[in-house]
Design a protein around this ligand. Sequence first.
Ligand SMILES: Cc1ncc(COP(=O)(O)O)c(C=O)c1O
Length: 412
Amino acid sequence: MNDAVNTTWDIERIRGDFPLLSQRVNDKPLVYLDNGASSQRPEAVLQAMDRYYRECHSNVHRGAHTLGDKATTAFEGARATVRDFLNASDSREIIWTRGTTEAINLVANGLAAELTAGDEILVSQMEHHANIVPWQMIAERTGARVKVIAISERGELDLEHFRQQLSERTKVLAVTHVSNVLGTINPIETLIAEAKASGAYTVIDGAQAVPHFQPDVKALDCDFYAFSAHKMFGPTGIGALYGRADLLQAMPPYQGGGEMIERVSFEKTTWNQLPYKFEAGTPAIAEAVGLAAAIDYLNSLDRDAIEQAESVLLARATERLSAISGIQLIGTADHKVPVLSFLIDGLHPSDIGTLLDQQGIAIRTGHHCAMPLMDHFGIPGTARASLAFYNTTAEIDQFGDALEKIQRLFAA
Ligand SMILES: Cc1ncc(COP(=O)(O)O)c(C=O)c1O
């Protein structure tokens, strides 16, 4: 990062863009460290959605009147923004979904016809349930088998084990770009290249990647990439699936209803063209506009500066937590985003969460929808602080001070 970029990183101005961050919780200034579960929205997103409802709301793709045209223009403009964000070549490759979960279910259902008994679906030990359960359901339907790539004690994917698992029976590789528990950034370029060379479809769960960096589906050369807006400073209830056009063309629709059809009769119904074939019913229009506003907002910031700010926060948080006796960090990969899962000897994670909440510090505790990962480490859950670029080193110090106090007063 150059000096010019450094001087543009005005954290107070950035925090000022997020109205919720200035509130007090339990009579203390809020320290929001639960961004992995859901991040906060900048004013630009709130205003874009408000403006949409005040000035141009109507249903889309009906073409009957001016407001309908305005809504459709905003909605399809948002799709183009997502296309550019992911560096996809064609808007037809961007399918609106309710989020990552629905996107992965859509792909799993779409690929079911390709799977038969004896085929294998390769996932990793660190997957969120959203990238395990849909595959288990499809495996049950088709007779395929879900196989698991092992991870190291530091929470890094075991590439050798991946290579041992990969065979001509592997029909799908479904892995997360970034772990929601460990923060690990997986070497998905390598995984995708090797899985493709072996003839497998590649499905990437990008839910925890997009808040931290911009994926490039062309460079990654993946078949599918899924993400949720609410984790990247956009609204809840919307996300997107990138899918290679030829694969989406070949896949059957996911849900039936209005919008996804070309023609309906009781004798025969035919499907609409991409992307509408996968978008049954009235879509989340204001949310699409909000997601595009979140992307525009991120584009207005300096990506290098975000990465630099986050690596400073990660280093500081790791240093503070490592210095506290009785704390065990779960997930110490070389290449990770600022997510810190930890345990304190003698304290249940949920007690840590409650005690921190009393100090106005919001973290998450539990299994984080990654029970197989918890089983791997032999633990029921962790406490997890997940940071965003709008957090400050002062907040990390408050968090560290509060944990030191908790450890002194309550830990065994
Ligand atoms: C890695 C990962 N994948 C998938 C999901 C599911 O996202 P959503 O609930 O927005 O569909 C999450 C949510 O925490 C996640 O962290």
